[in-house]
Design a protein around this ligand. Structure first.
Ligand code: ZN
Ligand code: ZN
Length: 303
């Protein structure tokens, strides 16, 4: 499934080195896993009727990234879980604007997420926000820019007074969960990124680690990649070399992030840019239809 999605993304972006193509591996995190899972080669997982899958994918042109996610569930018992994050993300995108405070926007999102309940197999769960995850600004070749959009009202000094600014590119993503509202890291790893402090002229062990790092640098720059993509281009037996690059901090892993075993999580995510007199939404079908791609908003209303 992921290979089919990625072949299509490659085709429609006319993939060419770091010029254009995918922005990160296609996430298809299942159930209690909220983010950063994509199959490694040999993964035999089969999607089931009762699974809740977060499909998270992105493209880039000249390093300018869009990041988008939605949740797929076949069993209607999860409807409210999906609705919670869909509504929270939609409202987050609607209320975003120049001078909006990130801590307050998080409050709006958090209130919507926690207003839902879902009944799964006879048990009623109060839905929570996953507080460890957040929306984010994006910079050129950089999926996570400097600012975060929390999923709860954050009055901490770092967030409460930080405002959205003209020219910024945002991905608002919200996560609903029937679990604890916190995530932990899991194995196996599948998402990696070149470390910002990995310099090309630093000495890397000759042989496969060196060739692998050169390939990563040329094809992904500081954007995320997965072992599948390295294997698709002919590298084999890369486990040891990848471990070496991580141990020496040339490359950083981004492990799958999961809430407690047995719970379910949902996610929706959309990207937009804050232009001087409007916000342009790049990924939101419903709003594109509703608002004709561009939502006009009053600057004074946001003060
Ligand atoms: Zn995403
Ligand atoms: Zn994102």
């Amino acid at each position: 499934m992921v290979q089919k999605i990625e072949n299509m993304l490659r085709f429609i972006t006319n993939k060419n080195l770091t010029e254009c193509g995918q922005a990160f591996p296609t996430g298809c995190s299942l159930n209690n896993v909220a983010a950063h899972y994509t199959p490694n080669s040999g993964d035999e997982t089969v999607l089931q009727y009762d699974d809740v899958m977060k499909l998270d994918f992105g493209t880039q042109m000249n390093g300018y990234i869009i990041d988008c996610a939605f949740t797929v569930a076949f069993n209607p018992i999860y409807d409210n879980l999906l609705k919670a994050s869909k509504e929270a993300t939609t409202e987050g995108v609607k209320q975003a604007g120049i001078d909006v405070r990130l801590g307050e926007l998080g409050g709006v999102i958090g209130e919507i997420l926690s207003s839902y309940e879902v009944e799964i197999k006879g048990k009623t769960h109060k839905i929570k926000a996953i507080k460890d995850l957040c929306g984010h600004t994006m910079e050129r070749f950089k999926i996570h820019g400097g600012k975060s959009v929390p999923l709860y009202r954050d009055d901490s000094s770092e967030t409460s007074n930080v405002k959205m600014e003209e020219g910024e590119l945002y991905a608002i993503e919200t996560f609903a969960t029937t679990g604890s509202g916190h995530v932990h890291e899991k194995h196996p790893w599948s998402h990696y990124m070149k470390s910002p402090d990995a310099f090309n002229n630093v000495k890397i062990k000759a042989g496969q680690p060196k060739a692998l790092f050169k390939y990563i640098d040329e094809h992904f720059s500081t954007m995320a990649f997965c072992p599948r993509w390295l294997e698709e281009s002919g590298f084999t037996g890369i486990e040891k070399s990848l471990k070496y690059l991580c141990d020496k901090n040339f490359v950083e892993p981004y492990p799958p992030l999961a809430d407690i075993e047995g719970c379910y999580t949902s996610q929706f995510e959309h990207s937009f840019m804050l232009k001087p007199t409007c916000k342009e939404i790049f990924t939101m079908d419903e709003l594109i239809k509703e608002f004709d791609a561009v939502i006009e908003y009053s600057l004074s209303a946001n003060k």
